[in-house]
Design a protein around this ligand. Structure first.
Ligand SMILES: *Cc1c(COP(=O)(O)O)cnc(C)c1O
Ligand code: SF4
Length: 383
């Protein structure tokens, strides 16, 4: 963690940045967090600017391009937070953002405007407030620790948190969402595993996006978790030019189950300012899923979903009504209609519908505060 790369100079030890990368590093300073662990940097191809590892962590000037959305909080997580950093959007489970820190800052991050920021940090009394809320709500049986990355916390703090949560009788399972096995597998120490083992049932969901990340070091970290009795799942974000092809996704899923990791979700990339260049059409994701279904071990296939303020929506024909130009219309699992801004693929889209033929269109909800954003001189400005 101490040796992380945080400047163009330090990155120069690993590769010669392209012009787009140099401008990205300069332009995003003070706007978006940036750091890379030496381990993850060692997976980058210095000779290939399109390297899928490099593209996840080295900023590009594309991040500063005008984007048609710029909301800091696309899922209305703050509105769903009864106490700071505790998101209660499903009756029986909560997402608890225990820290704002990460070891690396992924360029596409859903909480890109929050991670690493001081106001998103949690003091001990704020953690206690969130734990008290969970204790007061007997319907909560599943607590998802997220952030930031919960495993940036020290062992003693993790032990304390898990002890507090375990003391609440109605909390059945605790799960930890962490990218540490991918970006700093050395963090999965025997000591950490021994702590997790004390507080079972504890599940871990990690976040591999590309087969290049499935290294022997990562495999050893996963093995340590599994030997401590922690089931490990994986969430992948669908990213343009990084993993948006059936071949890459198949290789990733096959590699994950070889490491005994269960692919769980494939996320449509969220609408968050500065990530337009990494978002794909939903048709691309559906095409990938069609190529996996029936051609891959059943449990190696993740579920393709979009997160919305109405919860996650499976991106299948059951929920998708069709495409109206630059929006994909769908029904949430709670009955509400949702219109997701999404670039129409270059070729004609099979999802195209006539918007007039969809009677409930008036009641469609768009992402909160959808607006055009221009980022100039390091400032976000609404156009
Ligand atoms: C994704 C998510 C969860 C967990 O949902 P599962 O579908 O059970 O994995 C819980 N809370 C929030 C706010 C979420 O976004
Ligand atoms: S590890 Fe997760 S929370 Fe942290 S920057 Fe990456 S995607 Fe965001």
């Amino acid at each position: 963690m101490r040796n992380r790369i945080r400047s163009a100079d330090a990155l120069g030890d690993w590769l010669v940045p392209t012009k787009d990368e140099s401008e990205g590093i300069r332009g995003t300073e003070g706007v978006f967090q940036w750091s890379i662990t030496p381990y993850y940097a060692s997976l980058m191809d210095p000779n290939d600017p399109s390297c899928p590892v490099r593209r996840q962590v080295v900023p590009l000037d594309d991040e500063l391009a005008p984007d048609f959305v710029g909301v800091a909080d696309p899922l209305e997580e703050v509105a769903h937070s009864p106490v700071k950093n505790l998101i209660h959007n499903y009756r029986d489970r909560v997402a608890f953002c225990v820290t704002s820190q990460c070891a690396i800052y992924c360029r596409y991050c859903l909480r890109k405007r929050m991670v690493g920021e001081a106001e998103f940090m949690m003091r001990k009394d704020e953690l206690r407030d969130a734990i008290a809320y969970i204790a007061d709500h007997p319907e909560i049986r599943d607590v998802l620790l997220t952030g930031g990355d919960p495993l940036t916390l020290g062992d003693a703090n993790i032990d304390w948190l898990l002890t507090e949560l375990r003391a609440i009788e109605h909390v059945d399972i605790v799960r930890i969402g962490s990218r540490m096995p991918v970006k700093l597998p050395q963090r999965i120490t025997p000591e950490l595993c021994a702590i997790l083992e004390k507080h079972h049932p504890v599940w871990v969901n990690t976040h591999f996006n590309h087969p290049k990340e499935l290294t022997p070091e990562a495999g050893a970290a996963i093995d340590r978790l599994l030997r401590a009795g922690v089931p490990v799942g994986n969430q992948t974000v669908l990213l343009k030019g990084i993993n948006d092809s059936p071949d890459v996704m198949r290789e990733l899923c096959e590699g994950l189950v070889r490491m005994r990791i269960r692919p769980y979700y494939l996320y449509q990339a969220q609408l968050i300012g500065g990530t337009a260049h990494l978002r794909t059409s939903i048709e691309t994701g559906m095409h990938i899923m069609r190529e996996l279904q029936g051609h891959l071990t059943g449990f190696a296939i993740p579920k393709y979903v979009l997160d919305t303020p109405f919860g996650k929506i499976p991106l299948t024909r059951d929920y998708i009504v069709g495409r109206d130009g630059d929006r994909v219309l769908m029904k949430s699992t709670r009955g509400a209609n949702w219109a997701e801004p999404n670039p129409r693929p270059a070729r004609s889209s099979l999802l195209d519908v006539d918007a007039d033929a969809w009677p409930e269109l008036d009641e469609v909800v768009c992402p909160p505060g959808t607006q055009t954003i221009s980022m100039e001189t390091g400032q976000l400005a609404v156009l």
